[in-house]
Design a protein around this ligand. Structure first.
Ligand code: NAI
Length: 706
């Protein structure tokens, strides 16, 4: 690596008898090419300097090393890159002079691995450390799975490597991962620590075997069980457990080899490809044609919400969680009380489970002003409507807010399917109107579909983008079509799930097949959770092609009051713990309905269930893309991963179609068209085009459509 690059990314300096090696690769000091080489060179330089007694390794800016450079994993040069990481980590551990690592911000993945190769670690009280590689379908490389159990013990190492959650400084200290918490200036504290231990021989993590002898095998068994439950279908967490277990059975050198083998398998496997794709897909959503970083955004300091129901309450929480005060208006005292009590209950639950302190709860509640009037709405920077899903009702609300909102106030609707332009038409300023489709529960779900109307100004989109980021959420641009992106596709998926039970699969078969595929829940379980009436209404807005077959059971369930979990029964029965139980009455209703409609009942394989539902998503997704209702295939995937429980390790429906192969997807859809009718299964022209051009969705939408 040329000297110039090393000097840019890793700085070497002397402070009396101490060498200070500073990683300078903003914004997060990722281990990009050049950093590992620079680090190794700096350690060598310090060792060659007779006057240096100890080395402090620290990061500049807001964090220590936040991780490896994920961009490098997908390249043909990945092997070379990984070797450079290993070489750097070895250089640190091999150093003849003690290396003291000073951690602030985050030391994650390769960052923690580098830190653990150091001989001592000090940490800022606010910092955190972790091994989040499993979130990318990988395991810790560079010795993470071998050094962490030696420092923190086997149980902690398994937990961190298999589940990926970070731990805070205090916990890291208690576990033995760091030696001291530094209050005050980290560099000063690290230098003081270095002076204390200078002269002592390096304490190498690889030689600390006390915590790995006689490891309890039950730790590994329990973790594997937990992975099977909590991270269904994922291979990397199991590989991570295997790697930590190897540390307890093999020598350090052999353990490293085993880790490298397992890492390689994960890196070459389909799951890491999907998860790394998803990682970049999430970052691509903010690239919006017509919106530049220079597009001015309005400052959002005060928000106002209309409707304190399920969504209004959740949205209010999302705002105050981000420190933005909200006024929330209802139409009756009773509804207002119901809404605010629910917000209070949600926060109280968070306090009870230790996720929030009592004082934080009080602070957040204090930012909410429940009211029956429009008082203060004229000062709001954004007004969000979350009243009933009914066009005239929403138009009336928009007429009212149009009369009082300040000119630069963003007027948003949380409609899940209505026409944004129709709503905007009720105002004198349709350019200020945008759809912000939050998902339920809005204080938790990260997804927001940003629906651009015909007249929405770029500044309003830019404001929404910045706001959603501030709320810690992900905003994906959607065109103004019935159901937008997510619900338009879910209609097809849900419709097929219903047809499958009419054709002979049981409710449980359908739910189980998609659970096994990796969905967070089965489709009919989702109907029961969201509400069969709500799902019916969503489907009505989207409509069905003329002459197409219609689901027959859903309207009957609704008529019977079997709306789902909220009424105790829907497609399934629910016990007091809300556990779904098969309901013979539903099975009978389905059979009778199918018989009188002349539908032939047959045995249906899990494979067909998955293909009908998931390829239904793909076909509709392709239409959405060709109509320009989504900017890129990966935006659709982000929506499905963050809003609809699609398994991350399959990358999303469009990426999944790419991995199956477009010609194969097309052939299957053509087969469904022959068997179940062109009206519902006509392949999207884009599918045919991609198949002919031997392209994938991802390749075809590398350049976003405008
Ligand atoms: P909800 O029925 O729980 O709440 C609506 C609230 O609005 C009620 O409390 C009602 O009293 C109040 N309201 C009605 N008219 C009003 C007016 N003129 N002024 C003040 N308050 C008024 O409904 P929910 O579920 O919160 O839905 C609200 C909107 O969010 C709908 O457009 C819905 O389609 C959409 N949505 C719902 C989702 C869900 O899962 N429930 C998900 C995403 C969007």
């Amino acid at each position: 690596m040329p000297e110039r690059v090393i000097q840019q990314l890793v700085r070497f300096e002397r402070d009396q008898n101490m060498a200070i090696v500073t990683i300078e690769n903003p914004p997060v000091n990722a281990l990009s090419p050049g950093v590992p080489e620079g680090l190794a060179a700096a350690i060598e330089q310090a060792n060659a300097d007779a006057e240096v007694h100890a080395i402090v390794l620290i990061g500049s800016g807001r964090t220590f090393i936040a991780g490896a450079d994920v961009n490098e994993f997908g390249k043909a040069t990945a092997g070379h890159y990984l070797a450079s990481l290993t070489a750097a980590v070895n250089a640190v551990e091999d150093s003849a002079k003690p290396v003291i690592v000073a951690i602030h911000g985050s030391a994650l993945g390769g960052g923690l691995e580098t830190a653990m190769a150091g001989h001592y670690r000090v940490i800022a009280a606010s910092a955190q450390v972790g091994q989040p590689e499993v979130k990318l379908g990988l395991i810790p490389g560079s010795g993470g799975t071998q050094r962490l159990p030696r420092l923190a013990g086997v149980a902690k190492a398994v937990e961190m490597c298999a589940f990926g959650a970070p731990v805070k400084a205090q916990e890291a200290l208690a576990a033995g991962m760091v030696d001291r918490i530094i209050e005050g200036d980290l560099r000063t504290g690290a230098l003081a620590f270095a002076r204390e231990i200078a002269g002592q021989p390096p304490r190498r993590t690889r030689d600390l075997n006390g915590k790995i002898v006689n490891a309890d095998p039950a730790i590994f068994a329990a973790a594997r069980e937990q992975v099977r439950k909590k991270m269904r279908g994922q291979t990397a967490p199991l590989a991570a457990i295997d790697a930590v277990e190897a540390a307890t059975k093999l020598s350090f050198a052999e353990g490293l080899e085993r880790e490298a083998e397992l890492f390689g398998e994960c890196l070459r496997g389909p799951q890491s490809r999907a998860l790394i794709y998803a990682f970049f897909a999430e970052r691509a959503v903010t690239k919006i044609p017509g919106i530049a970083t220079s597009t001015p955004a309005y400052d959002i300091r005060r928000a106002a919400i209309i409707g304190a129901g399920t969504m209004g309450g959740g949205i209010a929480m999302a705002f105050v969680n981000a420190g933005i005060s909200v006024s929330i208006k209802e139409s009756s005292q009773e509804a207002l009380d119901r809404g605010t009590n629910q917000i209070r209950r949600n926060y109280a639950q968070a306090v009870k489970s230790g996720r929030l302190t009592q004082s934080a709860m009080e602070q957040r509640l204090a930012l909410i002003t429940p009211q029956l009037t429009f008082d203060g709405f004229d000062a709001a920077d954004i007004i969000i409507e979350a009243v009933f899903e009914n066009l005239p009702v929403k138009q009336q609300v928009f007429r009212e807010i149009d009369a009082l909102a300040k000119p630069e106030s963003v007027l948003a609707t949380n409609t899940s399917s209505l026409d944004i332009d129709q709503i905007a038409k009720a105002t004198s300023r349709p350019e200020m109107v945008i759809g912000l489709h939050f998902f339920s529960p809005a204080n938790i779900m990260r997804l927001v579909e940003m629906v651009r109307g015909k007249h929405t100004r770029p500044e309003v989109v830019a404001t929404a983008t910045a706001l959603i980021k501030k709320l810690g959420k992900i905003g994906v641009v959607a065109g103004n079509c019935p159901g937008f992106i997510g619900n338009r596709m879910i209609n097809v998926y849900g419709r097929e799930a219903q047809f499958l039970v009419e054709e002979g699969a049981s409710v449980e078969d359908v739910n189980q097949a998609l659970l096994d595929f990796g969905m967070a829940m089965g489709p009919l379980a989702m109907f029961d959770l969201v509400g069969n009436d709500v799902m019916r209404d969503i489907a009505e807005v989207a409509g069905l092609p003329a002459g197409a077959r219609r689901p027959l059971v859903l309207p009957q369930l609704c008529a019977l009051g079997r709306l789902g979990q909220k009424t105790g029964s829907g497609w399934s029965r629910y016990n007091d713990e809300r556990k779904a139980l098969p309901d013979p009455a539903v099975a009978e209703l389905i059979e009778n309905t199918a018989r009188s409609a002349g539908i032939q009942r047959r045995v249906i394989s899990p494979e067909e269930i998955i293909d009908r539902c998931v390829l239904g998503l793909v076909n509709e997704g392709a239409r959405i893309l060709e109509e320009g209702m989504a900017l890129r295939a990966s935006d659709i995937d982000v929506i499905y991963l963050t809003g609809y429980g699609f398994p991350g390790w399959r990358g999303g429906p469009m990426f999944y179609a790419d991995t199956l192969g477009i010609p194969r997807v097309l052939a299957r859809i053509e087969e469904f068209a022959r068997r179940h009718g062109e009206a519902l299964w006509n392949p999207a022209p884009l599918l045919r085009q991609l198949a002919a051009q031997k392209q994938t969705f991802t390749q075809a939408s590398d350049q976003p459509r405008s």
